[in-house]
Design a binder for this molecule. Structure first.
Ligand code: S3P
Length: 745
């Protein structure tokens, strides 16, 4: 209810059927400051007496007419099969009053309302709170039952919007999240997510109990049995009613389930290990995903989770550490592994939200993937044409790399797909991939301004193109090369400056020839990929935060092991060295086609420089940290030619300038760069303060290390997305000497 509860015309609420569900509604309203009166009607005088005693209702009885006369809004909380009878009684009584119900099948309830009234009353708003308990009766009323639970309303075309608003307000007052959906959709969804599992639980327990009449078998049952069958303890009559009322949708769900079970049976019978793993992996990950949805910790809901870092000022860093695997290579390992013939074993895979989104997407397209387990992933490749249509849209969270590379890869498939992402990704430009793909013959719809979501129409014949990229982007290059695998003829991509070449290296490693000629990368469509082992080196972009941490703090001496030092990624090394850093590459070697080294860095005073423009694409992800280095160098550091920084996970030029200003560091912002005025010296170089990372992982980590040279603590807001690229950052930062705590709300 809004404000004083009267504008929605419901100063007196009547609950018909005072059991656990109706009682919990009354309890929730009373606890949450509902100021109207609550009446209840129930044939069971004991239930009414209990409700009055518990202070849940103000008045109650078994006669409907006098109670209806006093009420403005009526909630039917009787079993679904009893609804018809109640509607019949209400016909002469209800008048203009708003009517809603809590029945868990909506088609049936609407049908019986229509039968009783001869039409569906405009003031009737069918509803269903998705909450329950195995307990029954008003004594089990729980004021928290609906808090953070969903309530689905299923209004029809003729339902009055004022009535919908009133019912919506009622449930919101109880702390519920209210949504609307069509009646049949509701019944199908509930058949699958609630009715089918209840039916299976009842059936399993009954089957086992029959086989062992003394129920001895249950003595040996452990947690698995208890978890699976908890809901078999629910009210039998209620569930008989629900299964009867939602018969059609439940039978359809049961058919799908039986078909899935039959497939699994065949796999077990035939010892088909791939089929079993495929099913179990998909299920296991879907279950984890569901769990994180419930716990509000997944990448899907991370936006809602607020994480703040608090970093103590001062200190230095030392030790030997290994940062997590390279994000770019991790994405590509899953993509190419899935499209290869044969089994690909990956070591050092980054278990961050971004690369996990890519992994999940391939599971959704029918690829069996084992792991990740301590960085090990086994991908059972399906070949270039073996992907299956996913059941829904492909959600890639915060990951621009996933979305852009997928666009190319999916443009070559026989089926349609939709790519979606989080709020940050939804603002990022995708025309840079959609436009050249259209030239190849792809059909792609974008939202306004070339933004996600992207709808990719499958089954389009692609042809190779000769494309001059307008910007230096490895994502665009890789997207086109992946589409080129499916294209007729040669795909040629020219880059205005060298960008990371992991796609080309890995394709070659998988036996798919990619030629280079100066600034041109090219491949012929129609070949095949053959699986090959992949050893993912540590991500130089993650290592950068610790390189800069050591470079700016007197007394630091740090080794970062097994870091990827691909020549297209080492801009940060070149720039730090030019600034005077004492940085050495030790033990250089090549692992799986990628150069790797241990990076040894000791403190040395830094000086400001003009960053060479040719280093910009080679250090594109490292600038947030490099600006912190600049703030601690002596003199001004100037960056130009870096307009791409404005379309990363945030506008990284502005985000860093804003945060540095809060810390008292002088900056001047340009369209394509920034000047950062550093103080140099051994004392603190700036004050502390509270800065906003804008949900950008690299901005968050950059300001974390900035605290090493601040005079007071630095608070960094909105840090949950650090998990996209650097799981374990907080632990590792503390291990080398930072004092960093995180608070989650
Ligand atoms: C990446 C390419 C770069 C980089 C991103 C990863 C890749 O993006 O910023 O973090 O894996 O190909 P652009 O291609 O947009 O420069």
């Amino acid at each position: 209810m809004r404000g004083d509860d009267t504008p929605v015309g419901a100063s007196t609420l009547l609950i018909v059927g005072l059991g656990m569900i109706g009682g919990s509604l009354a309890a929730a309203l009373k606890t949450n400051g509902f100021r109207g009166r609550i009446l209840a009607c129930d044939p069971d005088a004991d239930e009414i007496a209990t409700g009055l005693e518990m202070g849940l209702i103000d008045e109650g009885g078994s006669e409907l007419a006098p109670l209806v006369a006093k009420s403005d809004l009526i909630v039917l909380a009787v079993p679904v099969l009893a609804m018809g009878q109640v509607f019949a009684q209400l016909v002469p009584l209800v008048g203009e009053r708003i009517l809603t119900d809590v029945g868990s099948t909506k088609r049936r309830v609407c049908d019986v309302a229509r039968e009783a009234f001869g039409y569906l009353p405009a003031n009737f708003v069918p509803g269903h709170p998705i909450a329950g308990s195995e307990k029954s009766g008003v004594a089990a009323a729980n004021p928290e039952l609906y808090r953070h639970h969903k309530v689905i309303l299923t209004p029809e075309a003729g339902t009055a919007s004022s009535a919908v608003a009133a019912v919506r307000a009622l449930w919101q007052r109880c702390g519920a999240e209210v949504l609307e959906m069509p009646v049949d959709r509701h019944d199908q969804v509930l058949a699958r997510t609630s009715h089918l599992p209840h039916l299976l639980a009842f059936s399993l327990v009954d089957t086992l109990a029959r086989q062992d009449e003394r129920l001895d078998i249950f003595r040996y049952a452990a947690g698995g049995f208890r978890d699976f069958t908890r809901i078999a303890g629910s009210d039998p009559v209620m569930w008989r009613d629900i299964f009867t009322a939602n018969r059609g949708a439940l039978l359809a769900a049961l058919d799908d389930f039986e078909a899935g079970l039959a497939r699994l049976r065949t796999a077990v019978e035939q010892g088909d290990s791939d089929a079993m793993l495929g099913t179990f992996d998909r299920a296991s990950h879907a279950r984890h995903y569901f769990e994180t949805l419930l716990n509000q910790t997944s990448y899907q809901t991370m936006e809602a989770r607020q994480v703040q870092y608090r970093v103590s000022p001062g200190g230095s860093v030392s030790g030997r550490i290994r940062v997590p695997g390279d994000k770019s290579i991790s994405h590509r390992s899953i993509m190419l592994g899935a499209l290869a013939n044969g089994v690909t074993e990956v070591k050092g895979f980054l278990e961050g939200e971004d690369s996990l989104a890519t992994l999940q997407a391939f599971r959704d397209m029918g690829v069996a993937i084992e792991g990740p387990h301590q960085g090990r992933v086994t991908i059972h490749g399906v070949g270039l044409h073996g992907l299956k249509p996913p059941a829904g849209s492909i959600y890639v969270g915060n990951s621009g790399t996933a979305m852009r590379l997928f666009t190319g890869l999916l443009a070559g498939q026989a089926f349609d797909t939709e790519l979606t992402g989080d709020a940050s990704l939804t603002k990022r430009p995708m025309a840079r991939v959609a436009d050249p793909l259209r030239l190849m013959g792809a059909r792609i719809d974008t939202a306004e301004g070339g933004r996600p979501p992207l709808k990719i129409h499958g089954g389009q014949p692609l042809k190779g193109i000769d494309y001059d990229m307008p910007m230096a982007s490895a994502q665009v290059k890789s997207c086109l090369l992946l589409a080129g695998l499916y294209a007729e003829g040669e795909t040629r991509v020219r880059e205005p400056a060298p960008t990371r070449d992991h796609t080309e290296r890995m394709l070659n490693g998988f036996g798919y020839k990619v030629d280079r000629d100066g600034d041109l990368a090219m491949l012929q469509g129609g070949g095949e990929l053959t699986s090959a082992p992949i050893d993912v080196p540590s991500d130089i972009s993650s290592a950068t935060f610790f390189l800069v941490a050591a470079a700016i703090t007197p007394g630091s001496d740090l080794v970062l092991e097994h870091v990827g030092v691909n020549p297209t990624r080492i801009g940060v090394i070149n720039i730090l060295k030019a600034m005077g850093a004492d940085l050495r590459l030790e033990n250089p070697r090549e692992v799986g086609g990628e150069p790797v080294a241990d990076l040894h860095i000791r403190y040395a005073p830094l000086k400001g420089i003009d960053i060479p423009v040719d280093q910009v694409p080679l250090a594109i992800d490292e600038f947030p940290a490099l600006f912190v280095a600049a703030a601690n160098a002596e003199g001004t550091t100037r960056l130009r030619g870096a307009e791409e920084l404005r379309v990363k996970e945030s506008d990284r030029i502005q985000a860093m300038a804003d945060g540095l200003t809060i810390l008292g560091v002088e900056t001047t912002v340009y369209d394509d760069g920034i000047d950062v005025v550093g103080k140099g010296g051994d004392a603190a170089n700036y004050q502390g303060g509270q800065v906003d990372s804008l949900g950008d992982h690299r901005i968050a980590m950059a300001f974390t290390i900035a605290a090493l040279r601040a005079s007071e603590p630095v608070l960094v807001d909105d840090c949950a997305n650090v998990a996209t690229s650097f799981p374990g950052f907080v632990t590792l930062a503390n291990k080398v000497g930072l004092e960093l705590t995180e608070a989650s709300t």
